[in-house]
Design a protein around this ligand. Structure first.
Ligand code: HAM
Length: 416
């Protein structure tokens, strides 16, 4: 049989990296929950239409990157490339009362060329505030993502903000942009020539050098904002300033998904190379309606867990884990060793026993390999005296502890 390897673009997370990942997720949960968000868990796959109708028929995500398949009954399904459409679908399907603040975390899947920071399965941490129209919500959402990156110790995160207008002002910008691009079709790639008709905003996202040069002088959505959108945008920026959140205007930030209007934003890191977007989001005031629901404003973001962990300083892994290893001297103490491990676990202390070891030396080796903080040794003498021998594996110091004080003593040792 040929060697079994993981599929291209996927990753394995072994300890301690798996623990670092879960710790970052815990930070996100805490920040989201303290801002009033509650967790929503939606399926990892949805009907393909959920994404086509929202992320957009012209976005790269939908046209080039989706993992779509038919199930055995011929249903068209797609592994979620992002969280937002599933959340909106679920909120409508379940008749959730608005306003509601929801957060989610989990894997997303995009078939793109893997490189550092870009994977085919990757983690997203997202929030969606549905039913909130105020520009103060925009600023608070932007602040939440920024706060998360700060909490991970990421110091080079730049927050870029833009507004792409609404149903009123976008057609005017679109027309100006199409006229501008039609004058420059010779400089555009084949994809962008198609984009002129289908969704000219997408040309701003194109990575092809000649296209990037061609849009340098293109009319930007911001120049065409209607008074209501301009006022909204200015209030978002004023609130970000008031909160002391450093941000940069980026009037070419249109984002690669079709559902946005007004505020768009992205967190960028200079330490990531080509895949420099740590996360991004924006307003999507028409999406609920487009899914057949009542007119409901919405705003949210998704942060890239993999990229956040690449940009964050590597946590110093502690020399020892908060783990107690129970060592038995002869077969007669196997039962008491298992009982002690059970007692410690009930007291909230992680405990492990090496049941296979033939010799004490082997058990100490196993304790060291597990990076346990201490060993508790049980032999016939200890059992007779009603004590345990507690050995601190960091210092090598060993002493006897009365059996009923063992949990308290271990706890003291673990916090040292
Ligand atoms: P997005 O910009 O497509 O937005 O993705 C958000 C973040 O996911 C990116 O900034 C990046 O950090 C991460 N990401 C995307 N693709 C990959 C990949 N192939 N490998 C690693 N990380 C990746 C959204 O998904 C929207 N749903 C955000 C949103 C929520 N807008 C409103 N609400």
């Amino acid at each position: 049989m040929s060697k079994l390897t993981r599929p291209k673009g996927t990753q394995d997370f072994l300890p301690p990296e798996s623990e670092r990942r879960r710790a970052a997720e815990a930070v996100f949960r805490r920040l989201a929950e303290t801002s009033g968000y509650r967790e929503i868990i939606t399926p990892t796959f949805e009907h393909r239409d959920v994404f086509v109708k929202s992320s957009g028929e012209t976005s790269d995500v939908v046209t080039k990157e989706m993992y779509s398949f038919q199930d055995r009954a011929g249903r068209d399904l797609t592994l979620r490339p992002e969280g937002t459409p599933g959340v909106v679908r679920s909120v409508l399907e379940n008749g959730v009362r608005m306003p509601c603040r929801l957060y989610y975390l989990g894997s997303c899947f995009r078939y793109s060329r893997p490189q550092r920071g870009r994977y085919r399965e990757f983690g997203q941490l997202g929030v969606e505030a549905l039913g909130e129209a105020s520009p103060l919500t925009d600023a608070e959402v932007i602040y939440l993502g920024y706060d998360f990156f700060g909490s991970l110790g990421i110091s080079d995160c730049t927050t870029q903000v833009n507004s792409i207008g609404c149903r009123e002002c976008r057609p005017l910008h679109r027309k100006a942009l199409v006229d501008y691009l039609l004058d420059r079709t010779g400089e555009l790639c084949a994809d962008c020539r198609i984009r002129i008709e289908r969704n000219p905003l997408r040309v701003f996202d194109c990575k092809v050098e000649t296209c990037r040069a061609a849009v340098q002088g293109a009319p930007t959505p911001r120049e065409y904002l209607c008074p209501a959108c301009r006022d909204h945008h200015e209030r978002v920026l004023a609130e970000l300033r008031r909160r002391g959140l450093r941000h940069e205007p980026n009037d070419r930030l249109v984002r690669g998904l079709d559902y946005y209007n007004r505020t768009t934003f992205e967190y960028v890191s200079s330490s990531l190379g080509a895949q420099d977007s740590l996360g991004g989001g924006g307003r999507y005031d028409y999406l609920v309606e487009e899914f057949g629901g009542p007119a409901t404003p919405g705003i949210g973001f998704a942060l890239g867990l993999d990229r956040a962990l690449l940009a964050a300083p590597a946590a110093e892994s502690p020399a020892r884990r908060k783990l107690a290893f129970v060592v038995w001297l002869s077969e007669a103490e196997l039962g008491p060793a298992a009982d002690l491990a059970g007692r410690l676990r009930a007291d909230g202390i992680a405990a492990q026993v090496d049941y296979d070891a033939r010799k004490v030396k082997g058990q100490f080796k196993a304790a060291d390999a597990a990076r346990a903080a201490c060993c508790i040794i049980i032999g016939p003498d200890e059992l007779a005296k009603g004590v345990f021998s507690l050995k601190d594996l960091a210092t090598g110091e060993q002493r006897e502890v009365p059996s009923d004080a063992i949990s308290a003593e271990i706890r003291r040792l673990l916090v040292e």
